[in-house]
Design a protein around this ligand. Structure first.
Ligand code: NZQ
Ligand code: ZN
Length: 391
């Protein structure tokens, strides 16, 4: 196991009706004037936004609001939010929604108190300081409610890039599984896929003797395998939603990624898909992961064979561990299909001529150095081969 520091100070408030605590929590973390930031309207339609405002009113906290965050959030609204926060002297950002609203809120929080262009952070500058952020989560997926990360798409060039830093880790996150019962099955499935990706990207490690984190990841993958189909079948199943929601948070606070190298190639490869086709991140990952896994499998076939046996119930073939590894990858791909996820980029309208566009943006766009490092170092040619496998 590698050396590590783990510091994940978000206060999680979990359960039915907990959005009514929003006002008290903002006060606890020093907020007096809030920007409420949300997406395309689901929180308006469900009445959640009104309940959050009532909670702020009750705690005598002033607020302004900015909605309209799109899935795969854009830089334009971030600049608008930064201007609004400066003009209104906002001192706390409250995201109400999914990963997109939360990531946009984090970008605004960092940019408001930064003299330069907030995009500097999305080109690798760590975010050490930002206005405090809190979240009321409405979809179990990105894990942004517990992560120090944010992903934004720069409209000029459509570069989708991530920023990280302790400054943007949420002070608190309210997780009420009931709020996720209004999700359409497709979005639920996208969330399930993203959560499983966060687990797999940590599982693909070059560190050795990481039994504790291997076992944690496997437990969470098994949970998703059991609870995912339950929530798709019955969207109102509170217990399934609750298990998925907490698994989604645990998958990305990094509690199961410490002490080991991680991968993240599938995420980088996917971000080009959601930038070009504007597909949901989870759907893009469903197309990406099985092909990446097949491409890199021989680097450490026992890693994939272990997951095949422990998570997917395959029998270990000691004579031919490649076969076990492949069976596990196929079982994962079939699972993703069974919950309604796509398996080719053709399903987003992608064509063969897109391969060089995706590859160039991935490897050289906005600061890229030509390769992706992780479980295996992937060259430009490798990335092009992987995109071709997704056709
Ligand atoms: O915009 P509204 O109207 O709210 O509708 C949203 C949106 O259309 C809808 N939705 C959310 N909660 C709902 C609901 N509809 C009905 N009922 C509810 N309770 O679902 C759609 C998707 O929302 P979005 O916020 O985009 O989903 P998600 O949480 O999957 O976030 C995706 C974004 O997170 C980034 C992705 O790249 C993508 O841009 N990621 C962020 C990470 C992080 N910050 O740590 C890590 C992830 O790997 C990921 O890259
Ligand atoms: Zn993700």
């Amino acid at each position: 196991m590698d050396n590590f520091t783990f510091y994940s100070p978000t206060k999680f408030v979990f359960g039915k009706g907990m959005e009514s605590e929003a006002g008290k929590l903002v006060k606890e973390f020093g907020g007096s004037k809030v920007l409420i930031h949300y997406g395309g309207g689901s929180v308006v339609r469900s009445g959640l936004l009104d309940r959050v405002k009532a909670s702020l009113d009750e705690a005598s906290i002033a607020y302004v609001e900015l909605g309209g965050v799109k899935p795969n959030p854009r830089s334009g609204l971030v600049y608008e939010g930064i201007d609004l926060c400066r003009k209104e002297e906002v001192d706390f950002i409250l995201a109400v929604g999914g990963g997109s609203a939360i990531d946009s809120a984090k970008a605004i929080a960092a940019g408001t108190i930064y003299d330069g262009d907030f995009w500097d952070y999305y080109q690798g500058k760590p975010i050490l300081k930002a206005l405090p952020v809190g979240t009321v989560l409405t979809i179990a997926a990105a894990g942004s409610e517990g992560s120090g990360d944010s992903v934004i798409t720069k409209e000029e060039g459509m570069f989708k890039r991530g920023a990280s830093g302790e400054g943007i880790r949420p002070k608190f996150s309210i997780l009420n599984p009931e709020l996720t019962t209004t999700l359409p099955p497709y979005q639920t499935a996208c969330g399930i896929t993203d959560i499983m990706a966060h687990l797999y990207e940590r599982y693909l490690t070059n560190s050795t003797d990481v039994e504790v984190t291997d076992r944690l990841i496997e437990a969470l993958l098994l949970t998703m395998k059991k609870e995912g189909p339950r929530a798709i079948k019955d969207p109102a199943d509170y217990e399934a939603r609750a298990n998925i929601m907490w698994a989604g948070t645990m998958a990305h606070t990094n509690s199961c990624g410490v002490g080991r190298s991680q991968d993240w190639s599938s995420h980088c490869i996917e971000h080009e898909l959601s930038a070009l086709y504007d597909c949901a991140h989870g759907a893009g990952l469903a197309v990406t992961m099985p092909q990446v896994f097949k491409y890199v499998m021989n680097h450490n076939v026992m890693r994939f064979a272990q997951a095949a046996v422990r998570v997917w119930g395959c029998e270990m073939n000691f004579e031919n561990p490649e076969q076990t590894a492949l069976e596990g990858i196929d079982a994962f791909a079939s699972f993703l299909k069974s919950i309604g996820m796509p398996s080719t980029i053709a399903e987003f309208g992608g064509k063969e001529e897109d391969v060089p566009v995706l590859t160039k943006s991935l490897c050289y766009g906005d600061g890229g150095n030509g390769t992706l490092s992780g479980f295996v170092t992937l060259t430009e040619e490798d990335c092009a081969n992987i995109y071709k496998m997704m056709l």
